[in-house]
Design a protein around this ligand. Structure first.
Ligand code: TNX
Length: 530
């Protein structure tokens, strides 16, 4: 095993941060003198994000991974075995230990146990108990075990995320954590239409969501500038609409196999994919592919700028609904989750009445194809079913109107949650029409009191959109979402009474070396004592 040119326990013991020891926090060791490998036990205060419901350090003991540690699972549950394997994939490269997943060993390891009598832990909760001799994660559901594994990852020193074997003591403090989320819907939206992101990049984003216990990835699959998913009955949509993006091309699209691959990868991480086809506006790429669906007489032109609201499907043409049905049918069949997002935002080309009639017909199509409709807040101008979900983003009164229909809300208030907003006026990437959003702005608010007339009961959860007008690749996305994504993950997961800004601010720096090992780009906000 290669001895790294740093010694992480020493770094922690001295209380130095990675801002000071940047090189020591990087994954690639340089060729300096090799210091002694320090082997000692330690117990730092856990700095878990999102903050768990309860966390008790039991004693000064700690548990250490060794060359003989295994991960124990009950036999006969493939899902739990898969989660155990994902944990092993984190632990093996950095420790260099074999870390087998086993259903026969009886002690001395990390146990993942499903227990249906622990229903009080809920659909996603878990209990994690660390003693000197073992780690035990218990949950009522496989999703709960997966979240418990993410907490366990964060209890190890950041070097656990290294892809290279390092020497040291892989110790975690003895602790008991009982934890479950505040909201069922904790999401992010990635705009893969304005700029295209490869399957690999989307998976990298999914990995980040999973680490912070987010459970929804909403994919904005179409817009004026691009159509990003293969529809077999309508090949023109991608043949024409898949080629371009903001600023020109070439761009790309997901084949149905690609999309299925993304859905499966997300599912294995307990993340629900919510597909969005934005209509009747934000549709120019489809109109260029199918000019017959526009009300106008002049053929639509390719558009690669960033204005919004100018395009529309023609709501009076039956061909429009035939295309919508083809698209909804094919995507619905590939999507295991019960949701289909129809967009519905920023329509300038239609009267309210024509718009409302369109939305109601599309709501019927989505229902007939077996899905619940989700739409941006403007859909409250139409008659909604109580099962429809309304995604608030700009206007408080329109969002509150959703509750008239008994429809629940997903909150994405732009001045707090739009991760495409700049942090400050000097942030190079991003837009700023809604606000400058520093880390504290993203963190320090309560979804249950943010909008007048909307209470916790009206909300299924929160979602952080990442619009990609200025974002050409995943590294750029990471710069804008890190560290606001973990901040919002805590808003969604942790009870309001359990969290506060100062405490979050002091936990966050411990995550930066982890991001360095994972190769994740981030913004060094001056609000954080890195
Ligand atoms: C508004 S939010 C939009 C998007 C833009 C975004 C830029 C919403 C439903 N529509 O079309 O990309 O602002 O921040």
């Amino acid at each position: 095993m290669k001895t790294p040119d740093f010694a992480w326990p020493r770094q922690l013991a001295l209380g130095l941060t990675c801002a000071v020891l940047t090189a020591g926090c990087r994954a690639t060791p340089s060729t300096g003198p090799s210091p002694r490998a320090v082997t000692r036990h330690f117990a730092t205060t856990p700095r878990v994000i999102p903050a768990p419901t309860s966390l008790a350090l039991s004693s000064s003991d700690s548990f250490s991974l060794t060359a003989t540690t295994s991960i124990l699972v009950d036999s006969g549950n493939a899902e739990v075995a898969r989660t155990a394997e994902l944990l092993a994939l984190v632990l093996r490269p950095s420790t260099g230990f074999p870390i087998p997943v086993s259903s026969s060993a009886t002690s001395g390891g990390v146990a993942l146990r499903l227990n249906s009598t622990r229903a009080a832990l809920g659909a996603e909760g878990y209990e994690l108990a660390v003693t000197r001799d073992s780690v035990r994660i218990v949950a009522a559901t496989p999703a709960g075990l997966f979240h418990g594994v993410q907490t366990l990852r964060q209890l190890f020193p950041p070097e656990i995320e290294s892809q290279q074997a390092l020497s040291g003591s892989w110790a975690i403090p003895a602790v008991t954590i009982v934890d479950q989320p505040r909201f069922a819907w904790r999401g992010s939206m990635l705009d893969v239409a304005r700029h295209f992101f490869t399957v690999r990049e989307v998976k990298q984003y999914i990995d980040l969501l999973a680490l912070y216990k987010l459970n929804v990835l909403h994919l904005h699959l179409s817009d004026d500038q691009g159509w990003r998913i293969e529809i077999k009955s309508r090949p023109q949509l991608t043949n024409v609409g898949g080629r371009l993006q903001v600023g020109g091309g070439p761009a790309g699209f997901y084949t149905q196999d690609d999309y299925t691959d993304i859905v499966r990868y997300a599912q294995e991480r307990y993340i629900t994919i919510v597909p969005e086809i934005d209509m009747p506006a934000h549709i120019n790429a489809a109109l260029v592919s199918h000019p017959e669906l526009s009300c106008g007489t002049r053929p639509p032109m390719v558009y690669t700028g960033t204005e919004v609201g100018f395009s529309s499907l023609c709501p009076e043409k039956e061909e429009t609904y035939a295309l919508v049905d083809d698209v909804v049918r094919e995507i619905a069949a590939l999507t295991p989750a019960p949701y289909f997002h129809i967009g519905g935002d920023e329509v300038q080309a239609l009267t309210h009445e024509r718009y409302a009639r369109f939305i109601e017909r599309v709501q019927d199509i989505v229902g007939r194809r077996g899905k619940q409709m989700v739409g941006w807040e403007e859909i409250t101008r139409a008659n909604l079913r109580p099962t429809t979900l309304v995604q608030q983003w700009a206007n408080d009164t329109v969002a509150a109107a959703a509750t008239r229909y008994g429809a629940k809300l997903i909150l994405s208030p732009a001045p707090r949650m739009y991760l495409d907003m700049k942090y400050t006026p000097s942030t190079e990437l991003g837009l700023h029409w809604a606000a400058f959003i520093e880390v504290r702005d993203a963190y320090d608010w309560d979804p249950a009191t943010y909008i007048k007339g909307v209470t916790e009961r009206d909300i299924v959860g929160i979602e952080a959109p990442v619009w990609s007008e200025t974002l050409r690749n995943i590294t750029a996305v990471e710069y804008l979402v890190m560290p606001r994504l973990p901040a919002l993950a805590e808003v969604g997961w942790t009870a309001q009474a359990t969290r506060n800004w100062e405490n979050f601010r002091d936990r966050l720096p411990a995550h930066a070396p982890r991001w360095n090992y994972l190769g994740v780009n981030f913004y060094r906000s001056p609000q954080i004592p890195w």
